[in-house]
Design a binder for this molecule. Structure first.
Ligand code: CDP
Ligand code: CDP
Length: 228
């Protein structure tokens, strides 16, 4: 069967990675969480006190960064490795989320991540989620999904996740972080978050995970029926 590229872009915490994982599993495709790459770069910058307002420092630091996705048989998930260390858990912290949009707005950081993402899609058969996947990384993708959900629902969903890890997290903090990231991500100069013209919109405010999956798989079937 022909293999396609599926891109899922949208606002923070609207269910992109949940849907991407569901689809990759059903289709036996590779799932790539592009946000994890920006989070891992941010973690490196924070740990090594890189001044990311200084182009030279950014350039030097990027040369020291190696990113890798490694599939964990036990969790059946692919996990983010930074210079050989599994950082999948730590990159989800609010400390990283507070800075990631600033780092992801830097041109050289984007070029670094995008070139690796494009290599991963060479053989097609990939589902990648992020902000610029349908517009910049794979403008020729066969299926582009733009996800959205009401702000309050998104905040509640992310709060639940973070609260399980750290009960000191407040709803207000999470709300402020989501609003700030959405603002920076959609207003930055390079590759801002946009719906690609040919993307289909999936609003999952009132959708269960099963319903969103069923909707998206109908679109996949339509794309696969079109002769190559
Ligand atoms: O999971 P969540 O939607 O909260 O965020 P993420 O997908 O882990 O992405 C974290 C951050 O990385 C975003 O807020 C963006 O600043 C940046 N990002 C990006 O600029 N481009 C992408 N393709 C993916 C993420
Ligand atoms: O990747 P993104 O940041 O867009 O969101 P996510 O990590 O896939 O989803 C954020 C949270 O919303 C997760 O805990 C999902 O289980 C939950 N979710 C949900 O409750 N209902 C949906 N229809 C989709 C996601």
């Amino acid at each position: 069967m022909k293999k396609i590229i599926i891109t899922i872009d949208g606002w923070s915490s609207c269910g992109k990675s949940t849907l991407a994982k569901q689809m990759a599993k059903a289709l036996n495709y590779v799932y790539v969480d592009s946000g994890a790459m920006y989070r891992a770069i941010t973690l490196y910058f924070l740990r090594n006190h890189v001044d990311w307002t200084d182009e030279k420092e950014v350039h030097k630091a990027l040369k020291e960064i190696s990113l890798q996705f490694v599939f964990n048989e036990k969790s059946q998930q692919s996990e983010m490795y930074l210079n050989g260390e599994n950082v999948e858990y730590v990159i989800r912290d609010l400390v990283v989320a507070e800075k990631v949009s600033e780092v992801a707005a830097i041109k050289e950081v984007r070029e670094f991540a995008v070139s690796q993402q494009q290599k991963m899609g060479k053989g097609r058969g990939i589902v990648m989620d992020g902000r610029d996947i349908g517009t910049v990384v794979f403008p020729d993708a066969e299926l582009k999904i733009f996800m959205t959900a009401d702000n309050a629902v998104r905040v509640e969903r992310r709060f639940k996740e973070l609260y399980e890890k750290n009960p000191n997290v407040t709803l207000e903090e999470v709300k402020a972080n989501l609003e700030m990231r959405d603002y920076i991500d959609s207003n930055r100069e390079f590759s801002p978050l946009r719906k690609a013209e040919d993307a289909v919109v999936l609003d999952n405010t009132a959708c269960t995970e099963k319903e969103q999956f069923q909707k998206a798989m109908k679109w996949v079937q339509q794309k696969l029926q079109v002769p190559a």
